[in-house]
Write a protein that binds this ligand. Sequence first.
Ligand code: GLC
Length: 435
Amino acid sequence: MFDREAYNKRVEWYQDARFGMFIHWGLYAILARGEWVRSTEEMPEEEYLPFFDEFDPVDYDPKKWARAAKEAGMKYAVLTAKHHDGFCLFDSKLTDFKATNTKAKRDLVAEYLDAFRAEGIKVGLYYSIIDWHHPDYPHYGDRIHPMRNCEAEKDVERDFNRYLEYMHGQVKELCTQYGKLDVMWFDFSYDNMRGETWRATDLVNMIRSYQPDVIIDNRLEVSGEGFGSLATDNPNVYSGDFVSPEQIIPPQGIKSESGRDLVWEACITMNDNWGYCAKDKNFKPASMIIKKLVECVSKNGNMLLNVGPDAKGNIPEESMQILKEIGRWMSKNGNSIYGCKGSSLPKPENGRITRNGNKLYYHVMENSIGGVPLFGISRDQVKSVRLLADGSELKISDSWMASNYPDVVFVDISSTPYLPDEVDTVVEITLKDAV
Ligand code: GLC
């Protein structure tokens, strides 16, 4: 039976954290056309292996990554220990296809974990349950394998159980050789490749025996689509702990069938690729990402924002700039994100609302003429109103122009046409009673 009390306790830190860094990194960074390159170009292994011999991330310094994450206000991180191409950034005893056998000669996962933990950032690992390198993973006729259309692979004998042993063995290595992990992020199920096909009950029971507090995503059961049995009152052992919408923010948050708020995390790229893509300069502005993070929190969700370091181990300059800008806003306004949830008030037309106990964070994203109306709030509920960025008092407006609207609270935020923060000016409203 599902233990809801244990579950609620397990996901507590994660819901408070709200903002994390996703890191997609591997051999594919050399090809610089995204992490699916082998599949999209139906590239045979012998064309991919030369990149294994070449891999030499001379600039890899995870302390730099960790500092960038910390400055951006991120509270947890998830690194691809193995992606679909099967290449392992960690020193697995079960394969030769790993970073320690490249020119890097280092366990890149171990170093990442040390660096992020040292900055006080919770650590997670992404592990692909799909594997395009393992000989026993379905090739011909699979929906996405690079060799899916290769007739020569058709009659090759493969033993899927042997693959499962390998996959379970690697997950065990990750759970036993690297200290406490905070998140395990599996990717992904599709068609009949889901749930018990992965021997998912055994897998999760094994993981929890070594890492009782780890938070697991829901993709042993689903792809990025579908919420899985988490949305029922009695989830499966392998339903995971959170729903993982990808490249979308659920329009109204996500609720269970019986109307409970579900724990979810939107994973979002900064440009249009997860893995490094040299030509993809379609970066979202920091201002948009800040607003989208606020949107996630106002709908009770997290945001996992991706970076795709290049072949040498550098996070692209554009991404570093974006992280810096987000960090500037977060350093002043983090209290409106961490530990916050949505409020029961409807979304106001000039912004969004997040909430932490008796504090309402009114994110003003559009200025007004005269006082700014704080929709949904009445004067007698309010104990104080402050500008979150500097703690200064904001006066409730008593101007004659507002007198026609006695039920609306107006505050004077700015004496110029511009909001103090044009992206999102956060007004902290302390209520007399929690709502
Ligand atoms: C997808 C892709 C993958 C990426 C992941 C992140 O499902 O297969 O490349 O790692 O989404 O959510």
